[in-house]
Ligand binder design. Structure first.
Ligand SMILES: CCCCCCCCCCCC/C=C/CC(=O)SCCNC(=O)CCNC(=O)[C@H](O)C(C)(C)COP(=O)(O)OP(=O)(O)OC[C@H]1O[C@@H](n2cnc3c(N)ncnc32)[C@H](O)[C@@H]1OP(=O)(O)O
Length: 189
C-alpha cells in the first residue's frame, strides 16, 4: 500500500505499476566473472537466514523479507553483515543467494526508502546499496544467485554482482533493469 501511495503521488509515474514487470525476461542462465554496520532491530525477525554446510564449504543465504525481499536499509545492512561474517570464515568457499519468498527473488530497491525521506537518509540508503554490490562483487567466495522468482532492477543488480546466475525457467519470472521507468537514474558509483 505504501509503495502504491508513494508512486501515485509522484508526477509522471502514474501507470508505473502496470509497467513494472516489463523488463527483459530473456535471461535464463548465464555465466560471468562488493556498510557501515548498523544495529539490527532485534524486535523484527531476521531478513536473512544463512545455512552453512561445513562439509562442503558452501553457505546458502535465504532472503526472507516479506513480501518481496525489497532492498531496504535494514535488509541491505543485514545482508552485508551476513556476507562479512561468511568472509571471515575461511572454510566458507561458496555462497548461494536465493529467496525464501514465493515467486520473487528480490523486487529491487525498497521504494519507500526513497520517497519522502531526508537527503541524509537517501544518502545513507544509497551508500548501503553501493556497499551491497561492492561487497558481493569483490567477495573472495564463489557467489551464485539462484534466482527463483522475479528480480527487477536492484534485484537484477544483486544477481549481476554474483559470479554465476541460474534462473528458474518460468515465463512469469522477469529480470532486468527497469529503474528509468521509475524515474530513477543511477548515480555514478
Ligand atoms: C557487476 C555489475 C555492477 C553494476 C553496477 C552498476 C549499477 C547499475 C545500475 C543499477 C541500478 C539499480 C537501481 C535500482 C532501482 C530500483 O531497484 S527501484 C525498484 C524497482 N522495482 C520494481 O519496479 C519492482 C516493482 N514490483 C514488482 O514488479 C512486483 O511487486 C513483483 C514482480 C516484484 C512482485 O509481484 P507480486 O508478487 O504480484 O507482488 P505485488 O502485489 O506487486 O507486491 C506485493 C507488495 O510488495 C510491495 N512492493 C513491491 N515492490 C516493491 C519495492 N521495490 N519496494 C517496496 N515495496 C514493494 C507492493 O507495493 C505490495 O505491497 P502492498 O501489498 O500493496 O502493501
Amino acid at each position: 500500500m505504501a509503495l502504491r501511495a508513494a508512486l501515485r503521488s509522484r508526477s509522471g509515474l502514474s501507470g508505473l505499476l502496470s509497467q513494472r514487470s516489463s523488463c527483459s525476461s530473456d535471461i535464463r542462465m548465464c555465466v560471468s566473472p562488493l556498510l557501515v554496520p548498523q544495529e539490527r532491530n532485534y524486535s523484527t525477525p531476521p531478513k536473512i537466514r544463512v545455512e552453512f554446510d561445513q562439509s562442503t564449504g558452501v553457505a546458502v543465504m535465504h532472503m526472507q523479507s516479506p513480501p518481496v525481499n525489497s532492498l531496504s536499509l535494514d535488509f541491505l545492512t543485514e545482508l552485508c553483515i551476513s556476507v562479512e561474517k561468511l568472509e571471515m570464515d575461511k572454510s566458507c568457499r561458496g555462497l548461494i543467494i536465493t529467496s525464501a519468498q514465493p515467486k520473487v527473488f528480490s523486487a529491487g530497491l525498497d521504494i519507500t526508502e526513497m520517497y519522502g525521506k531526508s537527503p541524509e537518509h537517501c544518502g545513507a540508503f544509497w551508500r548501503s546499496v553501493q556497499e551491497m554490490w561492492l561487497k558481493l562483487y569483490g567477495s573472495n567466495m564463489v557467489t551464485i544467485a539462484a534466482i527463483n522468482g522475479s528480480s527487477p532492477a536492484g534485484g537484477c543488480l544483486m544477481a549481476m554482482t554474483c559470479d554465476y546466475r541460474i534462473m528458474a525457467d518460468n515465463p512469469r519470472y522477469n529480470i532486468g533493469l527497469n529503474e528509468t521507468q521509475l524515474g530513477i537514474v543511477a548515480p555514478f558509483w
